[in-house]
Design a protein around this ligand. Structure first.
Ligand code: GTP
Length: 158
C-alpha cells in the first residue's frame, strides 16, 4: 500500500491488491495503450488524462471502464486488466477508483466525446506532467507513476 498526497493535498491510498477498499467501487480510471502509443483524452476542464469516470446503475466497474474508454476516446477495448485500486479522502467525500490497463485495437470516431475533446495519442508521457498545465490534476500524483511501474513490472506492455 502506498500513501501520498494528491495535487489538492487530499490523502491518497493506492494498492495493487485485489479490491482492497471496495468490491463495488463507483469510479474507474483506464491506462490505455493503442499500437505503440499511450491513449489519453483531453478533458474540457481538466486537460490531458487517461479516460475514466463513474460506474453507472446496472453496470460493473469493468463494464464502466470499457464504456468510458469508448465515450471519451472512441477506443475499442480488446483486452483489459485490473491493476489496482485507490482511495482519495477529500474534504466532503471519499472516492474509490479501480485502475485498469487496456489494450485498444481500434479508434472509432465518435459523434460526441462528452465532456472531453476526444483522443490524444502520445509516444511518451512527459516526466514532468506535475508541472505541466496541459495535464489534468488526476495525472499529478503518485497514482500515475506507481501504476506505470506496476504495468511494466507485470509485463503487460509486451
Ligand atoms: P463528476 O466527475 O462530474 O461526477 O464530478 P465530481 O467533481 O463530483 O467528481 P467525483 O465525484 O469524480 O470526485 C469528487 C472529488 O474527488 C474531486 O473533486 C477530486 O477532488 C477527487 N477525485 C476524483 N477522482 C480523483 C482522482 O482520480 N484522483 C484524485 N487525486 N482525486 C480525485
Amino acid at each position: 500500500m502506498y500513501t501520498f498526497k494528491d495535487y489538492y493535498n487530499n490523502e491518497v491510498k493506492l494498492s495493487f491488491d485485489d479490491h482492497p477498499f471496495s468490491l463495488e467501487p463507483k469510479h474507474v480510471w483506464v491506462v490505455c495503450r493503442h499500437k505503440d502509443k499511450w491513449l489519453l483524452t483531453k478533458h474540457k476542464g481538466r486537460g490531458y488524462e487517461f479516460p475514466g469516470g463513474n460506474v453507472e446503475e446496472g453496470e460493473n466497474a469493468k463494464e464502466a471502464a470499457i464504456r468510458e474508454v469508448k465515450e471519451e476516446t472512441g477506443g475499442n477495448v480488446e483486452k483489459i486488466y485490473y491493476i489496482g485500486q485507490y482511495n482519495v479522502t477529500g474534504r466532503n467525500e471519499t472516492v474509490i477508483k479501480n485502475v485498469y490497463f487496456a489494450k485498444i485495437n481500434q479508434l472509432i470516431q465518435q459523434d460526441t466525446y462528452y465532456e472531453t475533446e476526444g483522443p490524444i495519442l502520445l509516444k511518451k508521457i512527459p516526466s514532468n506532467v506535475r508541472y505541466n498545465h496541459l495535464y489534468s490534476f488526476i495525472m499529478k500524483d503518485g497514482v500515475l507513476d506507481y501504476c506505470m511501474k506496476q504495468i511494466r513490472k507485470t509485463r503487460l506492455l509486451a
